[in-house]
Ligand binder design. Structure first.
Ligand SMILES: C[S@@+](CC[C@H](N)C(=O)[O-])C[C@H]1O[C@@H](n2cnc3c(N)ncnc32)[C@H](O)[C@@H]1O
Length: 581
């Protein structure tokens, strides 16, 4: 049984045979490469990046090397990303990314080491491969795969056996297994071979035969079509590279042009280095993923802020191989996060309603607020919401809304149809209203959409929204209140007085302009002393207002209850499962 170094972090991935490469062995392995200039290096079982760190260390002093990583363990993937590595795939044995690698450096799980090396050899066009394997795979080659490996070594490379490599002082996880350090070189540096390899690869990719024209025209499914289009685009790009390389090859048989710049030869411009293809491939991959993201029916329903948040994590996603499995994995991730995403969307709109005009807020004493800042919670008033317009004055002369206002109204439409459990396309929203009744709205007429009556005051540069569905405003207030711990998830967790002061917040605000002013001041005050002073005064006024209304409520008597998961679950209608649609 291998010993785990007590100083090292726990290796939860024993099943995946996680043995980080000791730095000393990593250096030895990297030193096997003959070509020092890395176009793109693949680490196909990257673990937590120990081997990649060595590559960076040994090459990156002046220029950080282009490294792509594949790793099956998702926790390890997260560590790799944190370290700044590009994770392009999960299971290497199923990986068929089309990047052209000049180097592959690997320490695969010993159990399937040979399979991993043979797959890596298949992926390699023209370059070198160094692998750390169990010595037994070479010394006692019993099965067909092991024998194939031995033949490869004989024809294309060399092997060095090392004992106790994982017993070195710098081994984070130790084992006494003897290892074989294998070095393989694929093809020659002749670009003609590169062309042959590419051609071979193109042919291989075409097996089984491409679908018939009718299959292309009649979509099998949106995603299948996307993947198919992507593969066609990759192959076309490869063929363009072949054509360019061939052109350069024949051009190199002539003398250099007299007008050509001194110093730079045609040969140097040859495309047999993989750079141009890799660049084109990366770009294609990003565009393909962007298309999935933009056309995904899930994203269409998200507010602009929510879309931005998804797009931020998209940078990592679009490094992944563009395969059917990865696309579903991505959509599954989105669907599993939809409850949180929807809650964030509601909070975003709540903030848009309340951040510009403090008059849109009605304050109440929050549930989990500390003693000093009890009056920090607020709800949207259900009577009228005043919002600033992107353009002031000029609106009266224009023929449509400014983009920013339209975007904002689109977000409102999405969130209100979500709160109502409907699809945005089936409701008459603010955007529809402004498009169809612009001329009346422009002269401040009051017009009606499904969820709001609206007036626009062009000169003042404001929109006044009059909610028509108080139940949806209340729903929004509750969702935001619970998300921000201003309200308990379980209604019975709070005494009656708490709910009375919450429900009457608007009435209290209307009766006590002083309270509103003090609470606003406490909310926006930067100076801590001033803020606390305003808080205390606001609370006094609030308590007096409660007393006047006969509401008995004492915050200090509250007992905090744990969140009720079931109450949380019932908050939202789910987005329809895309696959069921
Ligand atoms: C011996 S460790 C090497 C880790 C890393 N290369 C290093 O040198 O530190 C093997 C790694 O392969 C990963 N692995 C196992 N099966 C894999 C697969 N099919 N595809 C990709 N990674 C795999 C394991 O999770 C583990 O991180």
């Amino acid at each position: 049984m291998p010993r785990v170094d007590s100083d090292s972090a726990p290796f939860e991935t024993f099943d995946n045979q996680f043995y980080p490469t000791p730095e000393s062995l990593g250096r030895k392995a990297f030193a096997k490469f003959k070509e020092r200039e890395i176009t793109r290096l693949l680490e196909p079982q990257a673990g937590r990046g120990d081997l990649a760190d060595v590559v960076k260390e040994m090459t990156g002093r002046y220029r950080s090397p282009d490294i792509e990583c594949v790793e099956i363990d998702l926790a390890n993937q997260a560590i790799l990303r944190e370290k700044g590595y590009r994770v392009v795939g999960t299971d290497f044995l199923r990986y068929k990314g089309a990047s052209v690698y000049s180097h592959i450096l690997m320490n695969p799980p010993f159990r399937d080491g040979v399979k991993h090396v043979l797959h890596a050899w298949d992926l390699l066009f023209n370059g070198e491969l160094v692998a750390i394997l169990n010595a037994q795979d070479v010394r006692n080659a019993n099965c067909a795969e092991q024998r194939q490996l031995v033949t490869l070594i004989a024809d294309h490379g060399s092997v060095e056996f090392i004992e106790q490599a994982f017993r070195a002082e710098d081994a984070k996880r130790q084992t006494s297994v003897e290892i074989a350090l294998i070095h393989l070189e694929k093809a020659s540096a002749e670009y003609t071979s590169f062309i042959d390899n590419l051609r071979h690869e193109v042919e291989r990719k075409h097996e089984p035969a491409p679908p018939t024209a009718s299959e292309i025209v009649v979509p099998r499914s949106f995603i299948e079509n996307m993947v198919f289009n992507f593969e066609c685009a990759v192959e076309a790009t490869k063929q363009a590279c072949i054509a360019q390389a061939r052109a350069a090859h024949f051009a190199a048989r002539f003398h250099r042009s007299i007008v050509e710049d001194e110093g730079e030869t045609i040969r140097a411009k040859l495309l047999y280095k993989a750079d141009p293809f890799n660049k084109a491939y990366d770009e294609l991959k990003e565009r393909a993923w962007s298309t999935v993201l933009r056309s995904s029916a899930v994203l269409e329903k998200l507010s602009s802020q929510a879309q931005k948040r998804v797009e931020a994590s998209f940078k990592e996603i679009c490094l992944l191989e563009f395969t059917y499995e990865n696309i579903w994995g991505f959509l599954d991730g989105l669907i599993s996060q939809q409850r949180q995403i929807q809650q964030d969307m509601v909070c975003d709109v709540f903030d848009m309603f309340t951040k510009y005009h403090s008059e849109n807020r009605a304050y109440y004493q929050g549930w989990k607020s500390n003693d000093k800042h009890r009056l920090n919670a607020f709800r949207i008033k259900g009577t009228r919401i005043v919002l600033p317009a992107a353009r002031r004055g000029s609106y009266g002369f224009l023929s449509s809304l400014a983009c920013d206002d339209e975007q904002q109204f689109r977000d409102f439409d999405k969130v209100f149809s979500l709160l109502d459990g409907k699809q945005p396309a089936t409701t008459f929203g603010l955007c529809d209203l402004f498009r169809s009744r612009w001329h009346e709205l422009r002269v401040s007429a009051r017009k009606t959409s499904d969820y709001f009556d609206v007036r626009m005051y062009a000169k003042a540069g404001t929109f006044h929204l009059y909610p028509r569905r108080k139940d949806l405003i209340e729903r929004m207030n509750r969702i935001v209140g619970q998300a921000r711990q201003w309200l308990p998830y379980e209604p019975t967790a709070a005494p009656e007085g708490f709910w009375q002061q919450y429900e009457k917040a608007e009435q209290i605000a209307a009766k006590s302009p002083k309270l509103q002013e003090l609470a606003n001041r406490a909310h926006s005050q930067w100076n801590e002393r001033e803020r606390e002073k305003a808080q205390e005064q606001a609370e006094q006024v609030h308590l007096a207002a409660l007393k006047a209304l006969g509401i008995k409520y004492d915050h200090s008597m509250l007992v905090e209850h744990e969140r009720s998961q079931s109450a949380e679950q019932s908050q939202f209608p789910l987005l329809p499962d895309q696959r069921a649609a």
